[in-house]
Design a protein around this ligand. Structure first.
Ligand code: TPP
Ligand code: SF4
Ligand code: MG
Length: 221
């Protein structure tokens, strides 16, 4: 097992007391327990204070664009399914601009880990309300108090193979079906279905172009 300090990289520039320090430490501890090899690990982030994480964790890192961490992480995983791919970002990144990517990535069952740092605000851009901000929360974009019901991004703890129970939890306890994690044991991961040879990086796979594109490939590749 590696020491969590093994995963130190640049010194974080987060404000003193920011909750993101705790998440970074948890990530380092998890990586050390799993003995993650930095050379075969990629941390993909969006944009936001929390998304700076990819500069602070010792592995390959991709600091992408706002709300697109999961799209980029999907691309990395498909390019080389042998990599451990982690995506991370804020509540704004994941539940606002990145919402569609969140839903579709969960639906596809791709084998990546997604960490959302939910501080209920757009931190980097100096405090606009986010999808998880509480009702009544006064911010610079809700000067009279937020009138929206917050999305609940927390994971529901229950047996996720029991869909009926999951539905009841959703209806009775949650206002919105976010954070609910379905795990279908028998469902294939996206990369095993999408790739002809999921055991090989895509770049090393021979690609046979359909006849109609072959002449274009001759010209451009
Ligand atoms: C396409 C696009 N839209 C808007 C922005 C401006 N922007 C940067 S970070 C951010 C929100 C950050 O909030 P969150 O994801 O919750 O991260 P936090 O800073 O709170 O960790 C916004 C709106 C951007 N960079 N790109
Ligand atoms: S502005 Fe907020 S989210 Fe950003 S580093 Fe400071 S405390 Fe953390
Ligand atoms: Mg935030």
């Amino acid at each position: 097992m590696n020491d969590p300090k093994f995963y130190d990289k640049e010194k974080p520039t987060w404000c003193p007391g920011c909750g993101d320090y705790g998440v970074l430490m948890a990530l380092k501890k998890a990586a050390s327990e799993l003995n993650l090899d930095p050379a075969n690990t990629v941390l993909v982030t969006g944009i936001g204070c929390s998304s700076k994480m990819s500069s602070y964790f010792y592995s390959y890192g991709l600091h992408g664009i706002h709300g697109r961490a999961l799209a980029l992480a999907t691309g990395v995983k498909l390019a080389n399914p042998q990599l451990t791919v982690i995506a991370a970002g804020g509540d704004g990144d994941g539940y606002a601009i990145g919402m569609e990517h969140f839903m579709h990535t969960a639906k596809r069952n791709i084998d990546i880990t997604y960490v959302i740092m939910d501080n209920q605000i757009y931190g980097l851009t100096k405090g606009q309300f986010s999808p998880t901000s509480n009702e009544g929360f006064v911010t610079n974009t809700s000067p009279f108090g937020n009138i929206e019901t917050p999305v609940n991004g927390r994971t529901v703890n229950h047996d996720f193979t029991d869909k009926q129970k999951a539905f009841e939890v959703l209806v009775n306890e949650q206002k919105f079906p976010l954070g609910l994690i379905y795990k279908e044991e028998n469902k294939k991961t996206y990369e095993t279905q999408a790739l002809k040879h999921p055991d090989k990086p895509m770049a090393l796979q021979k690609y046979k172009a359909p006849k109609e594109y072959a002449s274009l490939l001759d010209i451009f590749v």
